[in-house]
Design a protein around this ligand. Structure first.
Ligand SMILES: Nc1ncnc2c1ncn2[C@@H]1O[C@H](COP(=O)(O)OP(=O)(O)O)[C@@H](O)[C@H]1O
Ligand SMILES: [Mg+2]
Length: 338
């Protein structure tokens, strides 16, 4: 369980401080209605607080459309090709599109990311290598989502930068779950230890599911969980950096060149998002002229993601959500006056 499960509990503390009243849905206690002192109303649902204009948030949730708009505005995105359910007849992708997908993957050495267009938290995102793995992944993805995105794999370091109303609230690097060998322990032992450490520190459950995911990724690469990892060898046991997929986070707010802060703020404002989690690859965050690629924008980013559990962290998370609610109230009040 992440701290996000305590969003209701956090808002219960923040609401009276802001003079707002909170009504919590009584059965699941995951959703609520806030009424601010000035009368503005804000609902949150399933532990997700979205203060953005609904249409803009919906656009951000569609990775393929969003990438196309971002590229049109001149931001750097990754080359990709989409396959929709309607492109598949009797289990076969239409021949012209199939040829394009295969040419795209071949042009990227068959190392591509396959992902559902509109899911989140890393669900269904995977790296494939080879023709058969790619096509199997596309079909499996289309069982989850109407559109599947096949995208160039990017090996640059990955970051999450959270922007609230033109200001960077958080910036952290995300690294996929990696174990370091000691010459004696197996992948299974190392992964179990690492997963316990990562999820335990964040007060999360889900370790068993992560270990199972590790096993299937390992199998897809032709390896076994019983392999012993050489001393000092770093072995990635996940394809993606999402923290919900066991990824690890390091705070980089102080090392982020102002150029990248400004880019994240520009992305949020050009897409009309008051609160926005920018997922982005940046070659060197200290160098304003280095390369970057936008992965996606999140309109309802969790703010507790990378923080360890504990009193001080909880207080910090509370202050972040408080800032978000104050901004939401101010914006709604201004919109009502306009
Ligand atoms: N093109 C890519 N190259 C390398 N890794 C990627 C790529 N696209 C996604 N990923 C990895 O997968 C994660 C999830 O992808 P993302 O598009 O952000 O979807 P989600 O909405 O599920 O978070 C990213 O945070 C990153 O670690
Ligand atoms: Mg993401």
């Amino acid at each position: 369980m992440s701290l996000d499960a305590h969003l209701v509990a956090l808002i219960e503390v923040i609401a009276p401080e802001l003079g707002a009243t909170l009504t919590v849905e009584p059965i699941y206690r995951r959703s609520g209605m806030l009424r601010f002192a000035g009368g503005a109303v804000l609902f949150f649902r399933n532990n997700s607080l979205n203060i953005n204009v609904a249409g803009n948030a919906r656009m951000a949730a569609d990775k393929s459309y969003l990438s196309s708009f971002l590229a049109g505005m001149g931001f750097r995105t990754l080359p990709e090709i989409a396959v929709a359910r309607r492109d598949v007849r009797h289990g076969e992708i239409s021949p012209a599109l199939l040829a394009d997908v295969l040419a795209f993957a071949a042009g990227n050495d068959w190392r591509v990311i396959v992902k559902p267009n509109a899911l989140s938290q890393g669900r269904g995102v995977r790296l494939t290598q080879g023709r058969d793995a790619l096509l199997a992944a596309v079909h499996e993805t289309l069982a989850l989502d109407r559109v599947c995105v096949v995208q160039q794999f990017c090996a640059m370091p990955e970051y999450r930068i959270v922007v609230l109303d033109g200001q960077v609230l958080q910036a952290y690097r995300r690294q996929r779950l990696t174990v370091t060998g000691d010459g004696r322990s197996t992948v299974a032992e190392l992964a179990a230890r690492k997963i316990a450490a990562v999820t335990g520190a964040r007060n999360e459950s889900g370790g068993a599911a992560l270990l199972a995911a590790t096993e299937s990724i390992r199998a897809a690469r032709g390896g076994a969980m019983s392999d012993v990892v050489a001393a000092g060898e770093d072995l990635a046991v996940a394809d993606i950096g999402n923290l919900s997929a066991g990824g690890e986070a390091t705070d980089v707010l102080d090392n982020l060149n102002p150029h990248w802060q400004a880019l994240a703020c520009e992305l949020a404002s050009r897409c009309g998002l008051l609160l926005c989690g920018v997922d982005i690859f940046i070659a060197d965050i200290g160098d304003p002229s280095s390369d970057y690629r936008v992965i996606e924008l999140n309109s309802a980013p969790g703010l507790d993601d990378y923080l360890l559990s504990g009193g001080a962290q909880r207080e910090r998370v509370k202050q972040l959500y408080r800032q978000v609610l104050v901004t939401a109230e101010r914006t709604m009040a201004a919109a009502a006056k306009a």
